[in-house]
Design a protein around this ligand. Structure first.
Ligand code: C5P
Length: 346
């Protein structure tokens, strides 16, 4: 199985819910950075992880892929329910805890692979339901492409967009961020009345990456974002429910990379930058080097940059890597397909 990393082209975050999660409106976009996942029959469930950041991935029941296996077993009915153990092997290329949903991708791959292996017969909609139980981003990794996510991110509507390929450069950071910590930091920043709009940094913004307040961010961004220090005299702001950014959707429908670059937004960006201040420099460097838009990916710390073409992406990747503002870079294209079977189960 081959399963893609995801970017969020918009990530609008509402107030915390009673269950600790946040209602989101997000535009997911799968890109051509893949983990390889295989499933083989075994005496009992187990997992082996190799590759990028493998030592930081749990190899016990806390592994998201094994949790997906357990959730699938629970969801199956009939003879397949007596399914035997399975050993999952994950070859990681998607960096761990990087805001690219690599763990969710592995879980999605495990679902598809085990459904095949056990002849589970679950349909795609049924698999999507199981995926939603495993984690907020797992369902999207099954689907791939570009899609709007609502709820925790698990309620998906594929985006009807032309077959435009977008060329991205990813800048991997030297470090990790914990997703719950980033959400909790956002809540704290908001409680302190910190404002900003989490938009993609504009081209030609100051070289130090100082956030620029923009007028009227995306409707759903709620006016929060990139200022990390409290604004004197500000009170906690009322946090509205997130709304899909019409400008981004129209940019995607037109397939115009320049418009897409301008419309990128992420409410988690100020929280990620406050926990990982070096990201400010990375974002600013990418824009200085000609990116059409720059954004922290999901909860970070990976930064994403949109380039006007494959050639521009190559130039940008080389320059960014020379600028010493990240650990390493990768060029990827999107949208990419969701969890796909490369070699069928024997
Ligand atoms: O669902 P998942 O396990 O991927 O989420 C990881 C953590 O991210 C959650 O425990 C929660 O703290 C945070 N989260 C959130 N709201 C979401 C998605 C994730 O607060 N919609």
């Amino acid at each position: 199985m081959r399963v893609p990393a995801k970017l969020n082209l918009q990530l609008a975050v509402g107030p915390p819910r009673a269950d600790g999660y946040h209602d989101l409106v997000t535009v997911f976009h799968a890109v051509s950075l893949f983990d390889e996942v295989t499933a083989e029959p075994a005496g009992r469930d187990g997992v082996t992880v190799t590759g990028e950041g493998a030592d930081r991935v749990p190899d016990d029941q806390d592994n998201l892929a094994l949790r997906a296996v357990a959730a699938l077993r629970d969801a199956m009915t009939g003879p397949a329910q007596a399914a035997t153990g399975v050993h999952i092997t994950i070859a990681k290329r998607i960096p761990v805890a990087a805001g690219l949903a690599g763990g969710s991708a592995d879980a999605a791959a495990a679902l598809v692979a085990c459904n095949e292996l056990w002849d589970g017969g679950l349909s795609q909609p049924q698999l999507l339901e199981v995926a939603a139980l495993v984690g907020s981003d797992v369902a999207f990794a099954l689907l791939g492409g570009t899609a709007v996510g609502r709820g925790r991110g698990e309620r998906l509507t594929p985006a009807l967009a032309p077959a435009t390929q977008y060329h991205w450069v990813l800048a991997f950071a030297d470090g990790q961020l914990s997703t719950p910590e980033v959400y909790a930091t956002l809540d704290r920043l908001r409680a302190r009345g910190v404002r900003g709009d989490g938009r993609s940094l504009p081209r030609g913004s100051q070289g130090d990456g100082s956030p620029r307040e923009e007028q009227g961010g995306p409707q759903g961004a709620g006016g929060y974002g990139r200022r990390e220090s409290p604004v004197p005299g500000k009170r906690p702001r009322e946090i509205t429910q997130p709304v899909l950014d019409a400008a981004l959707m129209s940019a995607l429908r037109s397939g115009d990379a320049r418009m897409v670059g301008r419309a990128l937004s992420n409410d988690l960006q100020p929280a990620a930058v406050s926990l990982f201040p070096a990201l400010r420099k990375t974002l600013a460097a990418g824009l200085e080097l000609g990116a059409l838009g720059a954004l922290v990916s999901g909860s970070g710390p990976t930064c994403l940059f949109l380039a006007a073409s494959a050639d521009r992406a190559l130039d940008l990747a080389v320059s960014l890597s020379g600028a010493g503002v990240c650990r390493s870079v990768a060029r990827v294209a999107g949208p990419a397909p969701g969890a796909a079977i490369v070699s069928p189960a024997k």
